[in-house]
Design a protein around this ligand. Sequence first.
Ligand code: AMP
Ligand code: MG
Length: 352
Amino acid sequence: MKNRQSISSGAARNHHAGCGTRCSVFLALLGLLVALAACAPVEESRSTFALGTVCTVSLFENGTNDLYTALFDRLAAIETVMSANELADGRISELSRVNQNAGIRPVAVSGELITVLSRALFFAEITGGAFNPAVGPLVAVWNIGAENARLPEEHEIAAALALVNHRDVVVDAANQTVYLKREGMRLDLGGIAKGYAADELVTILKEADVRRAVIDLGGNIYAHGSKTPTQKWRIGIQNPLSPRGEYLAVEEAADKTLVTSGVYERFFEENGICYHHILDPKTGYPADSGLLSVTVIAENSLDADALSTALFVLGYEQGSSLLSRFPGPGIEAVFVFSDATVKRASTVPAEQ
Ligand code: AMP
Ligand code: MG
């Protein structure tokens, strides 16, 4: 400590002679930089890699570069809570801490993890476990999306299936803890976290008085406001059999989210069979419901995200029946079948 003090005071002495001039040059430069930053043209859009995907925000009104920064800081904060993987800086997320303590002890978590997990468990209940935030052990054996993805052995799938009961997840909202009852259990919020994140970004946009913006979190889209006072946004639904950017349908949307769960998002092929990332917690294999994608159009992105994954697993018959019973009007789903034909379903008949 003594040593360090003497070094710094020595440095101060050495610089003393020219400090006045240098300081003012430094301050002038700093002022210039700040002024330049303030005048920097507002970006048309900004992208980053977060929540396991490329996230892009485009602000079309009242946007500032500081607002972009605030939005992406929020995404980074959500990632530190909900990521199922190791974080870029080597820290571990709240969710991973819960997973590491499976079968050992309840873990204190943030209110937002309680909120999202509780909603995920609600969807697990109403879908008979088709949507299941405890799907982690299965996700781990398939590892789809990673380089070493491979067809697991039957016994590995059976072992994982024994650990995916969502009723073994204990959320204690009063004490703000989460406990996984059995060792080896693992939460995975990959099917719902992007929806939550999109809703959170929309809240920030409203506070900042931005009325026109598009959020795209890896295909999980929020069309905030409308394109012009008289025109809605036009959002394409990807044709799963065509290259990216070729659409099956174009939806008009204002203050709506469009969330797609599709086989083409993450998959690998082995012996001519496509194994994709949306797993059926009943069979342990990628859901085989005759669908290539499901897009859910709604106001709430958290619900739309959970529903798109759930409807994909359930398939059209069960999925449309669930939707017809789902509380909350105005939610629509676009089911795309293996031959790229399309059927629609909704909570209440869509207005004409
Ligand atoms: P999405 O793209 O929203 O349909 O979510 C797919 C992601 O959710 C996967 O990459 C897994 O991380 C996770 N997942 C896979 N199968 C399920 C399931 N049946 N229920 C909930 N999450 C799942
Ligand atoms: Mg989803």
